[in-house]
Each structure stands twice: as C-alpha cells, then as structure tokens.
Design a protein around this ligand. Structure first.
Ligand SMILES: O=P(O)(O)O[C@H]1[C@H](O)[C@@H](O)[C@@H](O)[C@@H](O)[C@@H]1O
Ligand SMILES: [Mg+2]
Ligand SMILES: [Mg+2]
Length: 335
C-alpha cells in the first residue's frame, strides 16, 4: 500500500476522531466542575502570598524589561516558578501562560487545552516601591473560555475569586458592582502602563482629559490592573479602561467583574478579547459604551501575535528607590 493510500485512509478516519475528541473536550468542559482546580489555585496563591509579603519588606534587585517603567524582580520570577511547578505536580497535562515565562522567551499560545494564565506579581512597580497594592492573578481557561479567576491583593489580604456562572466573592463575601448607569456619577480607574513613547503618552493623557470633561466624578490608578478591575466588582469604582495591558493582567479579574454583574468589552465597543490588550470593565453597558465613545486606543500588538514579546530591549543600569536596578541579563532570563 502506497503512502498516499495510507494517508487517505488515515485522513478519512482521523478527522472524525479529531472532531470527536475536541467535541468531547467541549462537552466535558461544559459539564466539568472546576471547583477542585480553583480551590487548589487558591491554596497555592496563599502560599505565594507569604513569599511576596516577606520580599515586600526587604531590598530588591530590580530588572527592566520593555521600558524604564516595566520592572521585574527575582520575586516575580520565583513566585511564577513556584505556582507553575505546584500546578504541574497536580495537573501534569495542563498548559501555562505566565508573564515572566513569556518574557523569558516562551511562546504565548492559548489552545483549547486547560490553561493557567498567571501574573505572579501584578503591580511590580508598587512592589518595588512598597506601595501597598500588589496582587497575584491566576485565571484558568478551557476551550479559550475562562472557567475561574483568582486575584489575591496581598498586602490588603483580599482574595477575590469567581467561577463561571457561580458569582464573584472577596474573602468569601459575595460581590456586586455599583450598577451605575450615569457616566457623570462615575468614579473611574485606569492605568498609565509601562509605555513611555510619545503616541501612547499623548493618547493616555487626552483620554483622561476627555473623560474628565464629560464630567466624571474622578479617575484613579491603583497600579495593578487586576486590583483596579476587582474594585469594579466591589462597587468601589464604576468603570475601568486600559490599553496596553496583557492577558495575564486581566484574564482573572474580567471574569470576577462579569460574575459580579458588570460588563467587560473591548475599548472599540466590540466583544472583550483578552489577547487584544484593550479593555473596558464597567457597572453597566451604558457606562461602558459611553467610555468607548470618548476614548481612543494607541496601536498594540496582540498578545498572541507571534511577532509580539520580542526579547526586551537592554536598558542601562540605574538605581531607584533604595533598590539596585539592573539591566536584564542578556538573552533569555533564567526562570
Ligand atoms: O506589574 P505588572 O505585572 O507588570 O503589570 C502592570 C503593568 O506592568 C503596568 O504597565 C500596568 O499596565 C499595570 O496596570 C499592570 O498591572
Ligand atoms: Mg501585571
Ligand atoms: Mg506581573
């Protein structure tokens, strides 16, 4: 039998089997209860918090990534290593997207497989400066749909969590957004991310100007996208918008907001896409749409664009806030 004949027989049978297996995965993920997985995620987040609390108080070696404002420390890398190895030990077939693994050169690919999306320290600049808003963000997706999200605001000791279809909680207390529908009665949160190029800075400042002149009650920035968005789920703020963040910053908190009754959309008004690096999370669709109408986005490569995440530029040595700031070691950083 020729190779072609073998291939044609195989392809006749393979396709249905492939379809069958991906359909089975879809059906099982719908039926699957990921509670046990989420509880394990919460358990390891609590362990990781202890490492962060200890390191928060001591002097840090700080490395730079894509800009003088894009910081990373040994603790970011150690916590991500700790989380991933703990998950691999229990769920060896699960996949991972980790901020510092991607920064060290791993490809960012979200498949239908069970995938943990991890930001070991969201708010690294806060961590370096001992500004007390530092979070661990862990999302879990199957078939590219987030099944649960965990955001642990470590210094505040506030553990936010949500499982798809089962509500959102902070330290086990149910959460609900403000439900505010009038933009002029809104307190907004946003982030001035790590971008320092002129277009990004001009866009961010003009967005703030346009929103303030609506007017809105105010605009805040906590320094961690994950905590910013969790504040929407508590009703403590009414809407969050951001351009330039990454999937690991917001995958968990996007589910927490929607499970608290909020809405999460793209800044262009379309459906939220965690890889697009643009988000509006709000107490109501009317507020979300009003913000989408007011703001502009600057261009960002999608997180899942193979050309994204080039090796970060080497930035010169400098010292900062009592910490030693080092340029990133050449090539891939060890994790
Ligand atoms: O602290 P990170 O995990 O790097 O995330 C930060 C990000 O670096 C910064 O640019 C802002 O977008 C913050 O909102 C993120 O949380
Ligand atoms: Mg982050
Ligand atoms: Mg981080």
């Amino acid at each position: 039998m020729s190779l072609e004949e073998l291939h044609s027989i195989f392809s006749v049978f393979a396709l249905p089997i492939f379809d069958l297996s991906s359909n089975i995965l879809r059906r099982t993920s719908r039926m699957a209860d990921w509670t046990e997985c989420m509880n394990y995620g919460i358990h390891i987040a609590r362990e990781a918090r202890e490492v962060i609390l200890h390191a928060f108080r001591i002097k840090k070696a700080v490395m730079l990534k894509s800009s003088p404002a894009d910081l990373v420390t040994e603790t970011d890398q150690r916590v991500e290593r700790m989380l991933i190895s703990a998950i691999k030990a229990k769920y060896p077939h699960h996949k991972f997207i980790g901020e510092e693994s991607v920064a060290a050169g791993e490809k960012l690919i979200l498949t239908d497989s069970p995938t943990w999306i991890i930001d070991p320290i969201d708010g690294t600049a806060n961590f370096v400066h001992r500004f007390p808003f530092v979070a661990i963000s862990i999302a879990f997706a199957v078939n590219k749909q987030t099944e649960f999200g965990i955001v642990y605001s470590c210094i505040e000791d506030k553990l936010y969590s949500a499982q798809r279809g089962r509500g959102a909680f902070c330290n086990d207390i149910p959460l609900a957004t403000s439900g505010q529908e009038d933009i002029t009665k809104c307190l907004l949160v946003t982030e001035i991310g790590a971008e320092r190029d002129q277009l990004a800075l001009a866009t961010m400042t003009s967005n703030i100007h346009r929103l303030l002149e609506i007017p809105v009650h105010g605009i805040r920035a906590v320094g961690t996208a994950a905590v910013d968005m969790c504040l929407i789920s508590t009703g403590g703020a009414d809407a969050y918008y951001h351009i330039g963040m990454h999937c690991w910053d917001i995958a968990a908190s996007a589910l927490i907001v929607s499970e608290a009754g909020g809405v999460v959309i793209d800044t262009n008004g379309s459906e939220f896409d965690m890889m697009a690096r643009r988000v509006i999370a709000a107490s109501s669709m009317s507020v979300a749409r009003r913000i989408a109408q007011a703001i502009q986005a600057f261009p960002c490569e999608r997180d899942d664009d193979p050309r994204a995440h080039p090796q970060k530029a080497q930035i010169e040595h400098s010292t900062d806030s009592g910490n030693d700031v080092h340029k990133k070691a050449g090539g891939h950083r060890r994790l």
